[in-house]
Design a protein around this ligand. Sequence first.
Ligand SMILES: [Zn+2]
Length: 317
Amino acid sequence: MSDKKFASQADLEEKKVSFDRLSEHAYAYTAEGDPNTGIVVGDDAVLVVDTQATPVMAQDVIRRIREVTDKPIRYIVLSHYHAVRVLGASAYRPEHIIASRDTYDLIVERGEADMKSEIERFPRLFRAVESVPGLTWPTLVFERRLTLSLGKLAVEIMQLGRGHTKGDTVVWLPQERILFSGDLVEYGATPYTGDAYLTDWPATLDALAALNPEKLVPGRGASLQTRQAVQEGLDGTREFITAMFGAVKRGAAAGRDLRSVYKETYAALKPRFGDWVIFDHCLPFDVSRAFDEATQYRDPRVWTAQRDKELWQSLEE
Ligand SMILES: [Zn+2]
């Protein structure tokens, strides 16, 4: 038996929240590697990028927003479908919940299974889970790009390519060159790739870099407030994706099974990335998806609470 507890069930320590002002219009709610929320304050309304995992947890975001503005929170943007990002939406009482068509399709196809899987993986991240009223359904679904004007402030909501999921959506403030990337970029936190398109992800990072952002709010980790920090976030994410998928592809091509490929990849990545948060949590799911993509599954398979546990037992015990 390994001493690793399933996923993040042993991760119980509360994190410290930061609420950073990035510009006149943009704020980042971050928490030492826990999922981030972005806030855009327009002339007439507030837009929130990712909601936190439960309505009770979202109340802390709302409290911070109310310290800087009393404008109505009208829009929620879902960077992707993962439960830990979207299930707090009802707390904001938004007029619209905006998502890409691909994100909407994923909620239809696997939202229910994903909710159960994520709640078991990360109990700490679903504080007051009983306050979740059910799945979060988008009310406004777009393809490729949606331009929203919050008074004079332009907000570009864009799907620039697949990576962390097939529905990945970024929010871009062109006048201020500020990007909210969702889990396409992480900083000091391990990218989760259980639902990823690893072959496509680097080109999507190229598309993000081509916007030439001055500041970037990643999916997890501190807000990146200089061009150098933005570059580090993009480079670190790319380095992890490339190293992990590369190791798995080599193992799969050599005919080794998932368990041996996992052990080799874990050992190869641990010295460089082992101190990034949720490394031990992510690696089994990351390697499993990478192995699937390298062998026979073009699209990620649905994770269920049951499949999570079977995988964990097959790799860690
Ligand atoms: Zn995610």
